[in-house]
Design a binder for this molecule. Sequence first.
Ligand code: ATP
Ligand code: MG
Length: 439
Amino acid sequence: MRLTRYFLPTLKETPQEAQIASHRLMLRAGMIRQESAGIYSWLPLGHRVLSRIEQVVREEQNASGAIEVLMPTIQSAELWRRSGRYDDYGKEMLRIIDRHEREMLYGPTNEEMITDIVRQFVKSYRTLPLNLYHIQWKFRDEVRPRFGVMRGREFLMKDAYSFDLDAAAARTAYNKMFVAYLRTFARLGLKAIPMRADTGPIGGDLSHEFIVLADTGESGVFCDKRWLEMDVLEEAVDFDSDLAPLVKKYTDLYAATEEKHDPDAIPADQLVAARGIEVGHIFYFGTKYSKPLGAMVTNQEGQLVPVEMGSYGIGVSRLVGAIIEASHDDAGIVWPDPVAPFHVGLANLRQGDEACDAAADGIYQQLTDAGLDVLYDDRDARAGEKLADLDLIGLPWQIQIGPRGVKAGTVELKRRRTGEKQEISAEAAVNALLSGGAT
Ligand code: ATP
Ligand code: MG
């Protein structure tokens, strides 16, 4: 993509309203624009990152056997009256009246709707297990929307819902999601630690919040320091195998939010106290919705029983902010490779100079032909401005082309994360990018 044909409205000044790094950087890098409190437009660069994250989430959901659907954002109040949640949900729910005076709402979550779909179409245990998910916008009229996309009112969530015949099968579904979540966050370059969460009246131990450690996190958290060294991607996972041992391995290591922390459960010298951001939440709740909504199946004995359910959420738009909180420096964002909006930023430092233009055009063509996503800064702007913008938007690799190098037959290849620079031939730079994991 040539920058002169793109839309990247970066800001020079630090926006006053933004209190944390990710919010400031997303505004400065031209990723989002606030439309109302907690409601954002996603500009091209932000939209690319959001889509990349969505794709990783989708791949792991699919790998675990969940099936994608798409439910609407607008739901009927009548459905929510049947579960008893229409009144309980209170002011967080945005209520809408249509032209026929029917009460509607902008969905804050989809348990009711998905349960009603299953009620209509699933009649026998033979159709189970079933796990349906979608990636859809939600609305919650939060008391204090803040920190940009971290606590928005309109936000993008992946929510999955599992349906099983009995509690044992529901635990299997839970384990699959647990492992898929570990893998998803690791693939996004994050260390997200599963922490025991409140199960409320349901009881049991099947609720975990996945928390990314960051100083600006809203929750106080505690975990075993061995968590910091864990690499969950090191073993391949077969989702059809028994995942209980793997889940046990990860739940045996101590991790708890403030509300659940027990200082006696772990020696003080093994403990890390930190702050964290909740990026996912998984929850088994049995027949809480299937009973009132009548989602029943016949079991092997021919009896009608309510299905056992769980729900599993990931804050897709919150993840954009969480990743930046975990990965930035004074100059700007440092994208982990898998979510970077472009792989390479190419800066022509002397636009209009014939030799520089030819060298930059050539390298742009080669990298693009090889399938890399390249953002080519071909603006007529000062070198310093181009370099500052490239650091700000945080692409994993930079190539700088200037008159001195072109004369000597070299370009400068820079790794954004380490700042490490190499003066090498254009050909060597292209090869390094093609072989060096820049895809
Ligand atoms: P929180 O405790 O942060 O308010 P929650 O417990 O209400 O979150 P869930 O209902 O578990 O959230 O939703 C699943 C996921 O959706 C959360 O783990 C979080 O990542 C994301 N999420 C929830 N509320 C918001 C919000 N207002 N803005 C952005 N993401 C959100
Ligand atoms: Mg939660």
